[in-house]
Design a protein around this ligand. Structure first.
Ligand SMILES: [Zn+2]
Length: 386
């Protein structure tokens, strides 16, 4: 009987219901090394498991985080996240052990499906997240299986009909042969699997398409970074704030100073605004003539103050005044306010002091402890007071 030569596959006593989530969780756990959270972006995840653009991969990982299976930290300068086992596992060591064993038997060195990471077999309609386990078992080594062996081995993970349809698919594609009640991988199973996957619309073609999409996504993203534009995540985060002018739900990005006068996508120079307020302000801006900006002088009094904080405070104040001027249709005043804002920015830029990120605070001395508990969340910009 062949089953004894397969990795010992035991479904942990508690696990996510979705087969996709189980596989992702097992994969991340097996990649996780103590003290080194495992970095996985939505894009690389889609490539590794042949997932489409619909956002299912992100959704599954979000759910795993929400339910405590995983925790994640942001990776600097990318939109990727670093994953490590979540509190559900870290607070329950027997369960954690079970998951480690399960993850190793799937994705470890001699794992059941470790050879299929980065393969198109996971795609919809190819083998998917359940049937790939059947595939893994049958091609693991050259050994014979009766149907009942496979059922005993895999019934915790899928229904009998799923096992049967996987077997049928594999026999038809000549990945395994069936004789005298036994299934066995065929001599040329690898080539036949390749032929099957290459010919399947959800297989190779999909993988090529996904790789292409990911490549374009990455290029678009790095262009955004290079041009100093807001990334989709930054934009989404900004638009969680209410409209800076009226306090209602925001939909658009307000630039101050306005784009016409050199405003741009930069975290310090943008606010969230609703459509109707934006339209109102646009009409006002249109009637202000262009002007030449002279860099202003500014003195940094205290080296501990981030000049970008001063800029933001000054711009918030300016923006409030700008809206007041707009309501009075005072174009000369509007222009003076914008001029002041522009010259502050130019002064900072001239000294290369316009940073994207906040200046980091003094580091905690090694060995000293941080205060426990949640850090209070500082969220700027509810509606401006004006
Ligand atoms: Zn508004």
């Amino acid at each position: 009987m062949g089953v004894v030569k397969l990795p010992n596959l035991v479904l942990p006593s508690e696990s996510p219901a979705a087969a996709t989530q189980r596989i992702y969780l097992a994969f991340i756990i097996s990649e996780f090394r103590i003290g080194h959270p495992f970095e996985l972006s939505q894009r690389s995840g889609r490539k590794l498991f042949n997932r489409g653009k619909g956002g299912d991969f992100s959704k599954d990982l979000r759910e795993l985080r929400a339910k405590g299976w995983l925790t994640a930290q942001k990776v600097e300068d990318t939109e990727g996240l670093c994953y490590s086992p979540g509190r559900k596992l870290t607070s329950n060591s027997p369960l954690h052990e079970e998951w480690l064993a399960f993850a190793t038997s799937l994705f470890g060195n001699q794992g059941l499906v470790s050879k299929f990471v980065n393969s198109p077999v996971w795609g919809h309609g190819v083998f998917g997240f359940r049937q790939t386990l059947v595939l893994g078992a049958l091609v693991y080594r050259k050994q014979r299986f009766r149907r009942v062996d496979l059922v005993n081995y895999l019934q915790e993970f899928m229904s009998l009909s799923t096992i049967d349809s996987a077997l049928k698919k594999m026999v038809e594609a000549k990945i395994v042969s069936y004789t005298d009640g036994f299934y066995i991988r065929s001599q040329s199973w690898e080539e036949n699997l390749k032929v099957f996957v290459d010919g399947h619309p959800g297989g190779k073609a999909r993988q090529v398409r996904i790789r292409h999409e990911v490549k374009i996504d990455r290029r678009v993203y790095s262009n955004l970074i290079r041009e100093g534009k807001l990334t989709p995540i930054e934009r989404k985060k900004l638009l969680k704030n209410p409209c800076v002018r009226c306090g209602r739900k925001s939909k658009e990005v307000e630039h101050f100073p306005p784009v016409k006068f050199g405003g741009k996508d930069h975290p310090h120079l943008v606010w969230a605004i609703c459509h109707s307020c934006n339209a109102k302000t646009k009409a006002f801006i249109r009637k202000i003539d262009k002007f030449e900006v002279r860099p202003g002088k500014f003195h940094l009094l205290d080296s501990d103050i981030d000049p970008n904080d001063m800029l933001r405070a000054s711009l918030s104040d300016g923006l409030g005044k700008f809206y007041r001027a707009a309501e009075k249709r005072d174009y000369a005043e509007g222009r003076r306010i914008v001029e002041k804002a522009c010259s502050f920015i130019q002064a900072l830029e001239a000294d290369a002091l316009l940073w994207k990120r906040r200046k980091t605070r003094k580091k905690r001395a090694p060995g000293t402890r941080v205060k426990k508990g949640k850090r209070p969340m500082v969220r700027e910009s509810s509606r401006l007071k004006y």
